[in-house]
Structure formats: C-alpha cells, structure tokens
Design a binder for this molecule. Structure first.
Ligand code: ATP
Length: 694
C-alpha cells in the first residue's frame, strides 16, 4: 500500500508526517472521456458548439415530429434540472415531484382555456384593460374569458409552484431518506387526485382542452413545433445557467453541506429549514415553468400526465445523468425522452417485423413503447451496477499535486507567534480582563431517558482564556459541547454566552452569536473540496441570496472574493499541509489533515469562542504539539478556546484552566498541574487501586 495515502477510514495515529498524501487518481477507465473537458477553453468551446447545434437542429432535421420530440425533451430537461436542485444538490429524496409540474401546467391551462368563465361585471374591467381577460357574450350572457399571456404565466407559474413547494416542503423538513420519500410520494399522488376530482376547476379526468397557444409579436405558435422548440431550449439554457450559478454560490455550498452532513451544516450556521425550503421552492418553480411550457405546447392537460410514473421518470433522468451534475441531468433527460419517443417506436417496428418473419404472434404484436417503465427500471439497475455516479458525474476534478508538492518537506508554523490572522473574531474581539465571562454555564442538567449525562454542571470560561475539559469516556464531555451548540436539549440550567442566554437557540443561531465547534468524529462535507468546506464555515457571514447568486451582483462577487482570501489566510495557519490541497475533495485527505480542515472551517466563521472536541485525536505526538502551538497562537490573537482533550501534555501546554468531568458531574477544576495531581482525578481516570500507586 502507498504509505503516503491515508484511506478515508484510516485509523488515527498512523500518519507519515514526512510525506504528503497523494491525490486520489480519478478512475482511469473513464479518464479519456472527461480529460479534455478539464481545459476551460474546451468546455467553453463545447458549450458554444452545443448551442449552435441546438439552434440549427430544426433546420438540420426539417422533420416536425423530431422537432416536437426535442421540444418535449426540453420540458423534461427543465424538470430534471429542478429535481436536481432538490435531490442532487440538497439530498432530499422527492418522489412526488410531478405534482409541481401539474400545478404549473394547470395554472396556465385554467387561466387560458374556457374552463372557468365567471359572469362579467365591473370588477373585471381593469383586468380587461391589462389584457388578462376578455368580455365574451354567449346567448345574450356576458362572461369572462381568461387570456393571460404565456410569457406572463411562465414566471407566475414558477411562483405558484414554488409557493406549493414551500407549503408541501414545510411539514416534511424533519424527515430524511425513506420517510421523506414516502411523504413526498403522498403529495405527488394528492395533486393528480385533486385534478381528477375538482371537475369545476380542472374538468376532471377529461382534462382541460383548448388551452391557448403562445403568441409572440402577433405571431401565433399554433401547432407548429419549431417555435415551441426554441422556447424550450431558451428555458433550459436559462435553467442551466441558474443551476450552475447557484451551485457555485453560498447557496449551493449550503445545499451540498446539508446533503453531506446535516448536523455539521447546522453547526456551521446554515439555517436548515430555510435552505431546504429554498431547494423545495426553487425545484418546484422550475417544474412549474416546465408545466406551463408543456401544456402550452400540447394545448391540453389531463391528470394522467402528472402521475407517479412521471415523478419516477424524472428521477431516473437525474440518476442516469448524475445526481448533482447540471449537464449530466440535461443529458439524462434528453437521452430518456428521445429513447421513449424515437427509439422505442423504431425498436417496436423492428421487433414486430422480426416476429412477422418468424411467424411469432407475440413478437408481431408487442408494443415496447408501453414497456417504457420496465426499460427505465433496467437502465437504473445497469447504472447502479456499473456507473453509480451517472453519465456525467458531479464529482469535482481533483487538482493533482505536482511532484514538488508531493515531496515537499512539511513546513508548518510550529511557533505560536507565527499564527497571524487579519480579522479573526471581528470587532470587540480582544477582551478586557474582568469583563463578562465568555461562557457561563449554571446548573446544566441533561438527561437521555433515565441516564443523567450531565448533572447540575457549573462552568465558567473567562474571555480570552483556554479552558480544557477532561474526563473518562462517557463522563459527558461531548454532551456538554452538544448542549452548548444546540444539538442536544438541556433539561435544566442556563448557558450564558457573553451574558446572553443561548439555551434553546438552534445550532445555526448559536454559531451566529460567535460559537464554532469541531466534532469528535470529524464531520466534514465529504463531496466538497477543502476550500469549499472552509468556505461553508463562512456561510453565516456572507449575505448573497438566490438572485445575486444567479446574476452575480458586484456585491456578491466582492463578498466571494473576500471569502476566498479569508480561506487562504486560515489555511496558511497549517503551512503547506492544507495549502496545496485546497482544490481537493476532503475524502482523499489524511485523518490529521481532515482534523485541520475541520478546525479551519470553524475558524472561518470568525468565532469568539472555539470549541474543539479532541482535536489531536489521530495525530502523532509531534503533530499534536504542533497543533497545540497553533491553538496557542490563536489564543494569543484573542480567541477564547474550550477544548476537550485526552492528551495531558497538550492540555498542560495550552490550558489556563482544566475542568474534570466524571459521570456527568464536575469533579474539580484548576490549573493543569494541580488537576494532574488531584487524587479524585487519578481515581476517576485510573481507578482507586491504580491511583494509590500513581
Ligand atoms: N444521544 C444520546 N442518547 C442516549 N445517550 C447518550 C446520547 N449521547 C450521549 N449519551 C450517553 O451520555 C453519556 C455521556 O456521553 P458523552 O458522549 O457526552 O461522553 P464523553 O465524555 O464525551 O465520552 P467519550 O470521551 O467517550 O466521547 C454516555 O453514557 C453516553 O452513552
């Protein structure tokens, strides 16, 4: 085995400090296919070529049926891009996605067909002036005919579907995996049932007919497939653009962080509710727009067009293309849609002809277009067996380390004085002695059923100090951290941070007050790069919303650039251990480097109080002492640190005060040297007999 590469599940303590971990090579089997696209010029060129081909396609084919099929493929590509936000980016398995497709479709259908025609009154006059309705007279009776423009309805349908996306998403937010899938499946069933039974609004199973076709500068699209095709590719181009921009923004990082590790995402300041709802809402908005486009093209809408098989088909498109991969899902959608509309028809004719030639009635009459779901199932199985990451994987390219980087001597700051950060903690960071304690915990009690994990614990962390918490396994140290950071609810007591109660706040709110943490069992975002992981730590300090993420407002660009500088500044604390790896995904890192990334991520949030849960676990002695120096350096800059640590030489080196927990109670506290000699502490750690001999 290559000793320089620590596998993702490497056991602590076996890192070779003199060599840097090598980069995980991408699978060679597919490298020839993707390698050319590593070059930005090739990528840009391919996109331009694709755009030119897409524009020229109707001229090249000249066949209305082909153009029509390509228009349908565009609708499905829009749907796949929307579902990709929910499932691919945010990791929320939605099996009822076609519901939002239906909502967008019916919104346009109802507002442009003759389905509802209320009596005409003065109320409708302003709407008529805006061109949204027309007065029609039937049998001497004045009625309202809705004539909302397709171009207006396209964004409005997006908004309506987004509203329902948020409405449906809200109650399901606590659920994940199978449970979320089942609930969304239910929603997906409800919408077509409502459409089937609310006959007054939807015309029931017979569906809406006579849906208006779009008009552009008095040119009526009618049944000509070509204009629909161009609208379709325009919509898809915009959605590709929006998806790509979102993925590369603060919002995309937050979604992917939630997908990779929800607990860590919350602890890094991501408001889980808001970002999951945003994913649901935006995904639904894409579906709503696709629905409007689709029924405008077909000029009819029936409940059967939006059932469960459609949701599954869109999901298969996303999986086939590559979960989280923008271009992948477009390819998946186009491939499956064309397979359905072209290939299965042709295949049916070939099989029928073959059946005729061998006089086999079964083969002569088989219709493979009816077996599309079976064929989708087979495709899924094949993908799961041979290419789980999809046709165009979303996984980032690993920037390979150069030979020099691979073999460079590790240069780290081993002296506390070398740790310099320009802005850690922000304003009011250096604390006056005697000021309000940074953290004051009073009578904190935490129970897990009958087990009392913390019992009336009182702890004070003075501002600008380093306080270590030690204690045997199961003594309640991690529970203390989890309670401070809002991951575990306390039964009684209070936790004051700079004099303000934080008990009861969510973990993201606690981060925003200025408390950041690391985890005992390293919780990094495994599909993100080192730099992106650290950037997620900065999430709460950045402001960009979806609009500025998509349109890259100057403010957003400045914010991101400053964020990237900040990431580099933090990574520099660890010398060349992290710097050459900023572009690598964290799964390829050694155990010790992953700990360093986690500390960097916490520092990125500019905390006032840093909670480190066994930061040196998995590091050898020299690395542990190196980290101790780095913590001392941060402390010298004014950072207050609360650290859980088993290695007493590290504790002695950095802690102003040591708190000992045992069986959920505070045993003692004091300077490290005193605590080390305390008999109760020796007993708790070593047992009574052993303590007597110590
Ligand atoms: N979510 C939970 N549900 C039930 N019991 C829990 C939970 N979390 C912790 N405990 C229990 O609470 C007690 C304290 O656990 P905790 O993880 O805080 O100890 P610790 O001092 O951090 O131990 P270690 O050093 O082994 O991590 C243990 O008995 C543990 O089994």
């Amino acid at each position: 085995m290559d000793t320089t590469t620590a596998p993702p599940d490497a056991k602590p303590g076996h890192e070779n400090t003199n060599a840097l971990p090598t980069v995980q090579a991408p699978p060679a089997k597919w490298r020839w296919l993707t390698a050319p696209f590593d070059k930005p010029a090739v990528r840009t060129g391919s996109i331009v070529l694709l755009a030119v081909l897409a524009v020229l396609f109707p001229v090249i084919t000249g066949d209305q049926a082909n153009i029509d099929a390509a228009g349908n493929a565009a609708a499905y590509a829009a749907l796949a891009l929307g579902l990709n936000i929910v499932v691919g980016f945010c990791g929320l398995l939605d099996l009822g996605y076609a519901a939002f497709f239906a909502i967008g479709a019916y919104a346009y259908g109802i507002l442009t067909s003759w389905q509802i025609t209320p009596d005409w009154s003065g109320f409708w006059v302003p709407f008529a002036a805006l061109g949204l309705v027309q007065k029609v007279v039937q049998n001497d009776h004045a009625l309202v005919h809705f004539t909302v423009s397709f171009w207006l309805m396209l964004p409005i349908s997006g908004v309506i579907s987004a509203f329902f996306g948020i409405l449906f998403g809200a109650p399901t937010l606590r659920l994940r995996g199978d449970y979320l899938a089942i609930v969304t499946l239910g929603f997906g069933e409800i919408v077509p049932i409502v459409a089937r039974n609310w006959t007054g609004l939807t015309n029931g199973a017979a569906g809406l007919n006579g849906i208006a076709s779009p008009t552009l500068f008095s040119y009526k699209f009618g049944i000509d497939a070509t204009p629909y095709y161009y609208v379709g590719i325009g919509v898809v181009a915009f959605l590709i653009f929006a998806s790509t921009r979102l993925r590369e923004s603060r919002i995309g990082r937050a979604w992917m962080a939630i997908r990779d590790d929800e607990i860590a995402a919350g602890a890094m300041g991501i408001n889980l509710t808001r970002f999951k709802l945003l994913a649901f809402g935006l995904g639904a908005a894409f579906a709503g727009m696709a629905g409007t486009f689709y029924v405008a093209k077909l000029q009819t809408a029936t409940p059967d067009m939006f059932g469960f098989p459609v949701s599954i088909m869109i999901l298969v498109m996303v999986v086939l293309g590559g979960l989280g991969s923008v271009w992948g899902v477009v390819l998946g959608a186009v491939a499956l849609q064309l397979l359905q509309s072209w290939f299965l028809g042709d295949l049916t004719q070939w099989v029928n002809a073959f059946g005729d030639s061998i006089h086999n009635n079964y083969l002569s009459s088989i219709d493979l277009t009816q077996a599309s779901e079976l064929i989708f199932g087979i495709i899924l199985v094949i993908m799961m067996l041979y290419r789980r990451e999809g046709l165009i994987p979303a996984n980032r390219r690993q920037r390979a380390l150069s030979f020099e980087q691979q073999h460079a001597t590790v240069q780290t700051h081993v002296r506390a004085e070398d740790v310099t950060l320009s802005q850690i903690g922000g304003e009011g960071y250096i604390h006056e002695p005697g000021a309000v304690p940074m953290l004051e915990i009073n009578d904190l009690t935490v129970r897990f059923g009958g087990l009392v994990a913390l019992n009336k614990v009182n702890i004070t962390v003075p501002a600008g100090s380093v306080v270590a918490v030690i204690g045997p396994n199961g003594s309640g140290k991690s529970t203390l951290f989890n309670t401070i950071t809002g991951l575990v609810r306390a039964g009684e007591g209070s936790i004051l941070f700079q004099g303000n109660e934080i008990l009861g706040l969510r973990s993201d709110q606690i981060l925003k007050t200025g408390i950041a943490r690391t985890f005992q069992n390293i919780r990094l975002f495994t599909t993100l790069t080192v730099a992106e992981n650290i950037m997620v730590g900065l999430h709460a300090r950045l402001k960009a919303g979806p609009f500025s993420a998509v349109f890259r407002s100057p403010k957003k660009l400045t914010e991101e650039a400053a964020g990237r500088d900040w990431v580099i500044e933090i990574a520099k604390i660890f010398g060349n251990r992290l710097m050459p790896r900023l572009g690598q995904t964290v799964v390829g890192l050694s155990y010790a480097n992953r700990r360093r990334v986690e500390i960097s991520r916490a520092l990125a949030s500019k905390p006032k109080l840093l909670l480190l849960d066994e930061p040196t676990a998995g590091m050898n002695t020299s690395e542990s002492l190196e980290l101790a120096e780095q913590i001392k350096g941060l402390h010298a800059l004014g950072l207050t640190v609360l650290i859980i640590e088993h290695k007493l030489d590290v504790v002695t080196r950095i802690a102003d005060k040591v708190i000992v927990l045992d069986h959920g109670e505070k045993l003692t506290e004091g300077p490290a040297d005193e605590v080390r000699k305390n008999e109760q502490v020796l007993e708790a750690y070593l047992g009574r007999g052993a303590a007597a001999h110590a």
